[in-house]
Design a protein around this ligand. Structure first.
Ligand code: ADP
Ligand code: 5GP
Length: 214
């Protein structure tokens, strides 16, 4: 009889899901829905030098830090990626991510296009999902509806957004976020398919049937 297999040892690593795309595309909305829907999925809370918006809590949407602390984290190499976005700094701390992945928890990142480009180099194991609005007009309306941008800031974001659309070609998946329910179905399908991949399920099969598969 084969040796009893330790379920914990046979556990798969978690997956790194990276949602990116222009501001106003709907990344946060889709990420929040995914977090509400899936077990064993954790959001990577970024660090930023921007001020909290009304309703945002330190440590929940972001860890809000000053420029000096951000620079210190950069110098110590604590970020997996970091970038300047709309005049402020944003970064993903490496610390918790590896721990969660090892524990079999999927980690979800909502980061800008520059940060995702850095990760594509450093983390080939990531699953890169590009979210874009159905039109520039829709993008403008969505950004405007958030109500936190001055006219010139809105115009600047739209210019950047137009440019960022070009990077869609580098991603594993692209979601044109028109009808939210359909976009979320796609997001869910991506996570579900990635979780069902052979390499991902192999440790569980091995554990269930005490066999070895390649
Ligand atoms: P991002 O995180 O990409 O900047 P958000 O998720 O904050 O974008 O979405 C920007 C705004 O657009 C929010 O007010 C959000 O409720 C709205 N929104 C997101 N997806 C859709 C959609 N499919 N249809 C209409 N409005 C949407
Ligand atoms: P906001 O300030 O509107 O919350 O976010 C502005 C942009 O910064 C969004 O496109 C968001 O995806 C991006 N962002 C948030 N966290 C990070 C991060 O850790 N790294 C990078 N590169 N971008 C981030």
């Amino acid at each position: 009889m084969s040796e009893k297999i330790d379920n914990k040892k046979a556990q798969s690593r978690g997956k790194l899901f990276v949602a990116s795309g222009p501001s106003g595309a709907g990344k946060s909305t889709l990420c929040n829905e995914a977090l509400a829907c899936f077990d064993k999925m954790s959001f990577s809370v970024s660090y930023t030098t921007r001020a909290p918006r009304a309703g945002e809590t330190d440590g929940v949407e972001y860890c809000f830090i000053d420029q000096k602390s951000f620079n210190e984290m950069v110098d110590k190499g604590e970020f997996l990626e970091h970038a300047g976005v709309h005049g402020k700094c944003y970064g993903t701390a490496a610390t918790d991510i590896e721990k969660l992945l090892k524990e079999g928890v999927d980690v979800l990142l909502d980061i800008d296009v520059q940060g995702a480009a850095q990760l594509m180099e450093a983390r080939k194991d990531g699953i890169y999902i590009f979210v874009l609005p159905p039109s520039m007009d829709a993008c403008a309306k969505r950004l405007d509806a958030r109500g936190d941008l001055k006219e010139e800031e809105l115009a600047a974001r739209l210019n950047i957004a137009r440019d960022e659309m070009k990077s869609a070609k580098d991603y594993d998946y692209v979601i044109i976020n028109d009808r939210l329910s359909e976009s979320f179905d796609k997001f869910k399908a991506i996570v579900t398919a990635e979780r069902a991949k052979r390499a991902q399920v192999a440790p569980e099969v091995l554990s269930l049937f005490q066999i070895s598969i390649d």
